[in-house]
Design a protein around this ligand. Structure first.
Ligand SMILES: Nc1nc2c(ncn2[C@@H]2O[C@H](COP(=O)(O)OP(=O)(O)OP(=O)(O)O)[C@@H](O)[C@H]2O)c(=O)[nH]1
Ligand SMILES: [Mg+2]
Length: 670
């Protein structure tokens, strides 16, 4: 089966096209560096596999995600390439195109975003591009799927895509060096053009150099490059060899664009510029961001999500529970089965499901942030603060994604260039309050701070960010060598997200939550319920004599100084490590609450406002969940750092909760 790779600059619509050509769904967003891993899908017409790669500006990888793409091209060698370029930024995009053509695999050029180009008054003569470059050029609008039919029909027979004939002349000196290197090189399996290898070597591409080192002595090759460089400079050209190669390419691209593009009617990025003059304003930018975040939380928790959640709660505790009760009676279920289903499963899983509206609305807002183009601006706004704390502004993108779920957020850290910044971001990300912790805050806020729910929840999120920044300062000073870090971020044009894309991306995020409800939360609820049902003296015991009470009781003394030293609170923390939602389902089971209102009453008897804050802070900060620990191990490839991230968070959670409770008590709060 043939494999075809999608290659192009970041944020040009590769994944959007991948999704329409394969009917799968991968993450799409309006900033550079959304895709950080290689993704494989089957083409709709059955013609082969399509591979979506992270965006790259050139074949020289700068960050880990870019490395994935270059590595793939060199080591796995696809049969054909689809190079996606942004028609509204053609000149810049073609630099990669030329290198891909030199690579020599059959290639088609997907001229994407022609809608954007048209709106900006840029028209591209794609037939001219086609004849000059000698490859098939297809105009596309990837996000609506326009033109994708044509791509599929071209891909029907990969073998029919003609080989690339394009050849750029780099001038006598460089050409001599290219042919001397070519003579030295042995054919490399999978790489069709030795000329490409020679050029990449002359450009000092580290991946190519590593590849060659495996099979030959590269000293002679480097000597050829050096002497070419010396000769270039003896001609009083103040350029290094890589610079010379680049300048030849740029000259060619300029002349090509002059011939193939009509920019006489070009308009500036009016909307983007006008919006940016306010949104990234030196003084207004940050306050506006805070206002947006506040509005986002208000909508999620007070205005829309809260009321919807109440309706759902009424349903689960009313018709659904009653229905289950009468059904179980009709079929004559045993007392055990009855209690397991009603007190265990419906209480445990239902208690978490009532928060679905809030969680989905939060995901919708995050998707809007991602797809509108505002995300990159937030990094810009936060950069000076982040820089002061020893981290790159770019890390703010994973931080925001982390409000949804920490797992994809840690993956997103791959697009950060510096290894130190990437490591710091990975270690600190679990402090971003993910949607799984949300049910805990919502429950406690409803009991103790009913008038300020949104503010209370927002405060927890802000607290997470503040601790991340403070620890960042500490870690970057003591754990890592001082590495200089540069902040480079592309500001993509603002786009009005499409309803379809938003819906899709919200669903993809929320799906995981629902899946967890049916798996880990369900299993957790059953186990917890069994532990409340059984005790050392047998089955059907009083809750206070159950295994769960014994188990929670062992932890409780440790938690006493934090203000919640009860077996009930203690027993929620360990299952919470599996998935943080289980904290709330465990509470539902323990307090036997027929609905959240009942649970709230019970909680008010066990916690005080002060101990509830201390508990929320503890849940915010203590150990990342199992899935997050897994991805930290994968990304850091080190047990040491994985255990470090568990260890520091538990210590931090304990200390902060202690300070909150003891400090509050000293001040006379309760
Ligand atoms: N107007 C318009 N927007 C598009 C088009 N194609 C993609 N987009 C939008 O452009 C943004 C980037 O799309 P992606 O598919 O994530 O781009 P990518 O090339 O995979 O990006 P990376 O993974 O970061 O390299 C998203 O906001 C898309 O909705 C198009 O043809 N027209
Ligand atoms: Mg992508």
């Amino acid at each position: 089966m043939s494999s075809i790779a999608l290659v192009g600059n970041p944020n040009t619509g590769k994944t959007s096209l991948f999704n329409t050509l394969t009917s799968s769904y991968e993450y799409v967003g309006n900033w550079a560096g959304v895709t950080v891993e290689k993704k494989v899908g089957s083409l709709k017409n059955g013609a082969g596999k399509l591979i979506d790669l992270p965006g790259i500006y050139s074949l020289h990888p700068l960050s880990r995600d870019e490395g994935v793409a270059t590595q793939y091209l060199i080591e796995e060698s696809p049969e054909a390439l689809i190079n996606i370029v942004d028609a509204s930024q053609l000149e810049r995009n073609l630099l990669l195109t030329l290198q891909l053509l030199e690579y020599g695999k059959p290639t088609i050029l997907g001229l994407n975003m022609i809608d954007v180009a048209k709106a900006r008054g840029i028209s591209v003569n794609y037939e001219m591009l086609q004849s000059r470059l000698g490859i098939t050029v297809l105009p596309l609008v990837a996000r609506t799927g326009k033109g994708s039919g044509q791509v599929l029909s071209v891909l029907e027979k990969t073998s029919a895509i003609p080989p690339v004939t394009f050849r750029l002349d780099y001038g006598e000196l460089a050409e001599q060096a290219i042919s001397s290197i070519e003579k030295e090189l042995k054919p490399i399996p999978g790489l069709p053009h030795l000329r490409w290898v020679a050029l990449q070597l002359m450009e000092q591409n580290p991946v190519v150099l590593e590849l060659l080192k495996k099979s030959m002595d590269t000293a002679r090759l480097m000597a050829i490059c050096d002497s070419c460089q010396e000769e270039l400079q003896s001609k009083k050209l103040a350029l290094t060899l890589p610079q010379w190669i680049r300048s030849v390419r740029m000259d060619y691209i300029r002349s090509l664009c002059a011939a193939a593009m009509d920019t006489t009617a070009q308009k500036p990025h009016n909307l983007t510029e006008r919006l940016d003059s306010i949104l990234t304003h030196r003084f207004l930018g940050l306050p506006l961001f805070i206002v947006f975040m506040y509005a986002m939380f208000k909508t999620t928790f007070d205005w829309v999500g809260g009321p919807l959640s109440d309706i759902l709660d009424g349903w689960i505790s009313g018709p659904i529970s009653d229905g289950a009760n009468s059904l179980l009676e009709t079929i004559g279920a045993s007392g055990f089965t009855h209690a397991l289903i009603v007190d265990g499963i419906i209480s445990g899983v239902g208690g978490v499901l009532v928060f679905v509206p809030q969680i989905f609305i939060l995901f919708l807002m995050i998707s809007f942030l991602e797809d509108s183009g505002y995300m990159a601006r937030v990094c810009l706004l936060m950069d000076s603060t982040m820089e002061r704390m020893g981290l790159n502004g770019k890390a703010f993108i994973p931080f925001i994604i982390g409000f949804g779920c920490n797992v994809p957020a840690i993956m997103a850290a791959r697009s950060i260039e510096q290894p130190k910044d990437r490591m710091l971001t990975t270690l600190l990300l679990p402090l971003m309050s993910c949607s799984a912790r949300l049910p805990v805050y919502l429950l406690f806020a409803a009991v103790f701070f009913p008038a300020q729910q949104a503010t209370a929840v927002l405060a927890m999120y802000v607290l997470g960010v503040v601790f991340a920044l403070l620890l960042c300062k500490l870690f970057s000073k003591h754990l890592f060598k001082n590495e200089s870090s540069v902040f480079i971020i592309e500001l993509p044009p603002y786009r009005m997200p499409q309803l379809k894309t938003l819906g899709r991306s919200t669903w993809e995020k929320g799906k995981g939550f629902l899946r967890k409800a049916g798996t880990i939360i369900l299993a957790g609820s059953v186990i917890i319920w069994l532990m409340t049902y059984a005790g050392p003296s047998g089955l059907g015991v009083e809750m206070d004599n159950s295994f769960l009470a014994k188990f929670g009781g062992m932890i409780a003394p440790l938690l006493h100084p934090l203000g919640f030293g009860t077996w009930q609170a203690g027993s929620t923390l360990v299952p919470g490590f599996l998935a943080k939602e289980v904290v709330v389902s465990t509470m539902n089971i323990i307090y036997h609450a027929p609905d959240t209102a009942g649970l709230e009453g019970q909680i008010a008897q066990v916690f005080t406002p002060l101990s509830s804050i201390s508990f929320m802070v503890f849940i915010l900060l203590y150990t990342p969940c199992l899935a997050t620990v897994g991805v930290i191990k994968k990304e850091t490839a080190s047990w040491k750092w994985t255990f470090f991230s568990i260890g520091y968070s538990v210590v931090l959670a304990y200390c902060v909760a202690l300070v909150v409770f003891q400090g509050g008590s000293l001040l006379g709060w309760s």
